[in-house]
Design a protein around this ligand. Structure first.
Ligand SMILES: [Fe+2]
Length: 429
């Protein structure tokens, strides 16, 4: 497949996924309602995906005339915070579907004439950016579905079985030394992953799997939520203000932990990675366990460095390969896989489940790498630099494989719990 054929295939796959999350079977009120002030109405995400595509692939890349310049403002994420979006004159679900389809048809018509050269379109960069953008919004839409607590179960995939992998050792040693962090040549990499640069990381130990629900429940039983010794001062302030005593969507019933998961109510499976915890909870657990969160550099080295070959791998298990055989990604399951799954997905150091299952909180604040240059617009990354956001790595079960790579950097506020995030622990060697 050449680059343009791949672009067409990936655009089509992304749209199938978006339409699957905003199916017509859903009543219009479910698409237009705001289930939480943290999230947009689903129909906003859908038309925003089309508007972003119109701006970058039609107007910027193909030099085409605008389809709906009148709605640019409504779908500009920086003009209107999520809480405000339901009050905007949004396109209806039917109008949104028609709009994104018109844009897509024109993009496909123009693709043949757009040369994949230059800063924006070279190697397909701007198309890759738009494809990943759509998948990232699809993951956001899944988080919105998760927040529809009590709503009917929705959109169950034919659950692919996780690939069992036996029990790895609890942790491994990553010996000290330099490794290549970030990416310079990857045509899918965003500006915040660039440039690739050498980082010398002292020796450390890191868990071979994310922290599981059983271990997290033990932290709760041990009174972890009531002991300020384990909490960052701002985390304790958050805990005291909100009264939280368990991950989001958990509740107690007859001495058992239960959870809400995309319309299902079920016992919390003790062998799965914990998810829906915020950074403060992850940080408190780690301190209680006598450990700490890994830095972003430690996480990425454990995930991508091949010490025998003295080079970076594009993925933990190698340079290529459909992630489905190696990791729980792409919304093929609607949940994390059991701890220790996917032995074939281990990194060179023997660390598992780095890609997929749950996003992993790191101790690192989101900032630019040395030599960072904003591209193609400041609002993708640069406006978020400066210490308010923590970096998350690796993608979740809801992340499309195209956006799940060791160099990919996600970021969020340390109080956020609606995302599909967990963590693993590390310690100094
Ligand atoms: Fe967006």
């Amino acid at each position: 497949m050449d680059v343009k054929e791949r672009i067409v295939a990936e655009l089509t796959a992304a749209r199938d996924r978006s339409f699957g999350l905003t199916v017509e079977a859903l009543e219009a009120p479910e698409l237009t309602a705001q289930v939480s002030p943290l999230m947009s109405p689903l129909v906003w995400d859908l038309a925003h995906i089309g508007n972003y595509e119109e701006q970058w692939l039609l107007r910027a890349a193909a030099g085409a005339t605008a389809v709906r310049p009148d709605i640019d403002d409504i779908y500009d994420a920086f003009e209107h915070p999520r809480a405000e979006r339901p009050s905007l004159p949004l396109l209806s679900p039917a109008e949104s579907r028609a709009y994104v389809t018109t844009v897509r048809d024109r993009v496909l018509d123009s693709l043949e004439k757009v040369p994949l050269i230059g800063a924006l379109a070279g190697d397909g960069f701007v198309y890759h950016m738009v494809i990943q953008h759509e998948h990232q919004h699809d993951e956001t839409m899944l988080a919105t579905h998760q927040l529809r607590k009590g709503a009917p179960a929705l959109l169950d995939p034919p659950e692919a079985d996780p690939v069992a992998g036996g029990t790895p050792p609890a942790e491994v040693l990553v010996p000290g030394g330099p490794f290549l962090m970030g990416a310079s040549d990857d045509p899918w990499a965003y500006d915040n992953e660039r440039p690739g640069h050498m980082v010398d990381v002292p020796s450390f130990h890191i868990d071979t799997t994310p922290v599981g629900n059983a271990a997290y429940a033990a932290f709760i039983e041990a009174g972890g939520y009531r002991d300020p010794r384990w909490w960052h001062p701002k985390g304790w302030e958050w805990r005291s203000r909100t009264g939280k005593e368990a991950p989001a969507f958990w509740y107690r019933e007859g001495g058992q932990w239960m959870r809400h998961r995309l319309g299902h109510v079920e016992p919390v499976p003790m062998d799965e990675p914990v998810q829906h915890v915020c950074w403060y909870e992850a940080d408190a657990y780690a301190r209680w366990a006598g450990r700490r969160l890994p830095t972003e550099a430690e996480w990425e080295k454990a995930a991508s460095w091949d010490p025998a070959a003295d080079r970076k791998r594009r993925l933990p298990w190698g340079d290529s390969g459909e992630a489905g055989a190696h990791a729980n990604v792409g919304q093929r399951r609607h949940r994390p896989s059991p701890l220790g799954s996917y032995a074939d997905g281990a990194s060179a150091y023997g660390v598992r489940q780095l890609i997929g299952d749950v996003w992993e909180w790191t101790s690192t604040d989101f900032d630019g790498y040395p030599g960072f240059r904003s591209f193609p617009y400041k609002e993708y990354s640069e406006v978020f630099f400066g210490g308010e956001y923590k970096v998350l790595k690796g993608g979740s079960w809801a992340t499309h494989p195209l956006a799940a790579r060791p160099t990919f950097r996600n970021w969020d506020f340390p109080i956020r719990r609606q995302i599909f995030a967990g963590f693993r622990c590390a310690r100094d060697a």
